[in-house]
Design a protein around this ligand. Structure first.
Ligand SMILES: [Zn+2]
Length: 222
């Protein structure tokens, strides 16, 4: 085994997305930069941005991250991303009974296909029940599981909306208004809060580059 392969996983899936996002911009700079000094500055900028995301990186991890700046095209990006794969911390394993416990009030809860999910790509677990227009989200809150149920309303096909979590625009079934009932301070009081989210959670997970918005939104719904 090489030294790189023996490293302990240190990247969350959304951080791998963040690096890919940075490198796609760098590849764009390769196409447009006529001046090698501009290019060198772009590479340094990407290196600094990536390294600053991992302040606690070990020397081996830093070396791997620093190598990102050498990516010049989409083929090299693919190779580089596959080098990062063994270092990704997968989404923790969760069982069907654990999921059911998170949604005690939902009768006949539709479960996601836990066998087929790729945990190395997940920042959160999300799935839909089309029959009840429900979107279920499960995420790790510290050392505990948390779950949230939303109702969704697909938007019109001719209007695009932005997903609060991954910042991608979409229309119709891609990004839709999701609502959630939240308890208010009044006894037995509820209010409904709305947000825009991707309905296809696998797609959202492949694009999300930060958990800041996700955590803020879920904290406001608790
Ligand atoms: Zn999204």
């Amino acid at each position: 085994m090489t030294q790189e392969q023996t490293m302990v996983p240190f990247l969350h899936p959304y951080q791998a997305n963040f690096i890919r996002h940075q490198l796609l911009q760098l590849i764009g700079a390769f196409y447009f930069a006529g001046d090698h000094r501009v290019l060198a500055a772009s590479r340094e900028g990407v290196e600094d941005t990536i390294l600053s995301t991992f302040p606690g990186a070990t020397p081996e991890q830093r070396a791997l991250l620093q190598d990102a700046k050498n990516v010049r095209d989409k083929d090299e990006l693919k190779v580089y991303m596959s080098r990062l794969e063994p270092h990704v911390i997968p989404f923790p394993e969760i069982t069907a009974p654990e999921i059911r416990k998170l949604f005690p009030k939902v009768k006949k809860l539709v479960l996601p296909d836990l066998q087929s999910i790729d945990r190395s790509k997940l920042t959160y677990l999300g799935w839909r029940d089309i029959a009840t227009s429900s979107l279920y989200l499960v995420y790790r809150n510290g050392d505990k599981w948390a779950g949230k149920e939303f109702k969704f309303v697909p938007g019109p096909k001719n209007r695009t909306m932005i997903c609060t979590w991954c910042h991608t625009t979409g229309s119709g079934d891609d990004v839709a208004l999701v609502t959630s009932r939240v308890k208010t301070k009044v006894v037995d009081g509820y209010k409904t809060l709305g947000n825009h989210l991707c309905l296809d959670s696998a797609v959202c997970n492949s694009r999300i580059t930060s958990t800041t918005e996700m955590e803020a939104m879920l904290a406001s719904l608790r």
